[in-house]
Design a protein around this ligand. Structure first.
Ligand code: SAM
Ligand code: SF4
Length: 323
């Protein structure tokens, strides 16, 4: 459907849990945050009911995220059911990879359309420092299996000054032949991320060009996001950059977000949302829910407010919103 600024809204990111098996310092605190209570979290059947309404409104592409989506029990059968809903064209998954190896055969069977594997470092020490957990070996093992699984695989990396900036060329090199794309995602000043500094994309491009030769801009769309891509001679995969802050892409924004506790978020950078759980649980019909979502989408903000109105910027941390 179109929002009131004429944007075609066809993509929903669904956070299925606020739990995670890592504690990335820019995303989730080690402790001290009340996890959502189980009864607050939508049951996966409830999420499917909402998805029927979203699909009826023309949402065609769905991303399953979290927290870590693969720690949610029964998420793979949920993906299978979501894929079977009328109107659903694409279901993809964002994961840190720790539980991916075990889930891969079932994800292949249900013909998942894509995996984004978040990987900020290739060094065990840095991984431990950044995520406060062990797990790099598991993530890299899953990467190898996923690369051979036939499911399109992209790597997402958040470059952070003083953390992983020295190893960005090695991470980029995964696109030489192993994965479809390595995307560098600009750190957004949400919640805990405010204490870190992003590495400017221009600087990354210069470093990569010095290491691998010229980066040629290419006009390809490799996902639902606003990444712009570059090719490197001799590489089968592309290098992507997603710069929400320095290159505002709000005019092309096609997305909505559903949090694990049933809030529809119209913009990542606005604190507010529309509660869908209460009407859903109080017995509102699917048709009425669809109408409620339609009205909400018409109120989607024109753009984020990261720089002009920091007070409007999402005070939550990313693990609650799903990235
Ligand atoms: N746990 C899964 C994962 O890590 O892929 C899914 C949820 S995680 C919130 C989704 C993505 O958001 C990850 O790639 C993570 O690096 C990214 N992310 C978290 N906080 C961010 C921030 N402040 N700015 C940019 N990306 C962020
Ligand atoms: Fe967990 Fe993903 Fe957040 Fe890291 S980025 S803490 S893996 S939700």
């Amino acid at each position: 459907m179109q929002d009131s600024y004429g944007r075609n809204i066809d993509y929903l990111r669904i956070s299925v849990t606020d739990r995670c098996n890592l504690r990335c310092r820019y995303c989730m605190p080690e402790a001290g945050v009340e996890p959502m209570r189980h009864e607050e979290i939508l049951r996966l059947e409830e999420v499917l009911t909402l998805c029927r309404s979203f699909a009826a409104l023309g949402i065609r592409k769905f991303k399953i995220t979290g927290g870590e989506p693969l720690v949610r029990w029964n998420v793979v059968p949920f993906i299978e059911k979501l894929k079977a809903l009328p109107g659903v064209e694409q279901v993809t998954l964002t994961t840190n990879g720790l539980e991916l190896a075990a889930a891969l055969p079932a994800l292949q069977r249900c013909r998942l359309d894509g995996i984004n594997l978040s990987l900020d470092t290739l060094q065990p020490e840095v991984f431990r420092r950044l995520t406060r957990r062990d797990g790099l070996e598991k993530a890299l093992y899953a990467l190898e299996l996923a690369a051979d699984s036939g499911i399109p695989l992209k790597i997402n990396c958040v470059p952070i000054q003083g953390i992983n900036e020295q190893e960005l060329p090695q991470i980029a090199e995964l696109a030489r032949e192993r994965v479809r794309a390595v995307r560098f995602i600009e750190l957004m000043p949400i919640g805990l991320a405010g204490q870190f500094q992003a590495v400017p994309a221009e600087q990354i491009r210069e470093r990569l060009a010095a290491a691998f030769g010229p980066l040629r801009p290419v006009n390809v769309q490799l996902g639902n996001g606003p990444a712009h891509y570059y090719a490197v001679d001799g590489w089968s995969g592309k290098i992507g950059f997603i710069e929400a802050l320095s290159h505002c892409f709000c005019r092309q924004c096609n997305r909505l977000r559903l949090t694990a506790d049933g809030m529809l978020k119209l913009c990542l950078a606005h604190d507010d949302g529309v509660d869908l759980k209460t009407p859903l649980r109080s017995g509102m019909s699917e048709q009425q829910l669809t109408e409620m979502i339609r009205r909400a989408v018409l109120a989607k903000p024109a753009h984020h407010a990261f720089s002009e109105h920091p007070e409007e910027t999402e005070g939550n941390n990313m693990f609650r919103i799903g990235g």
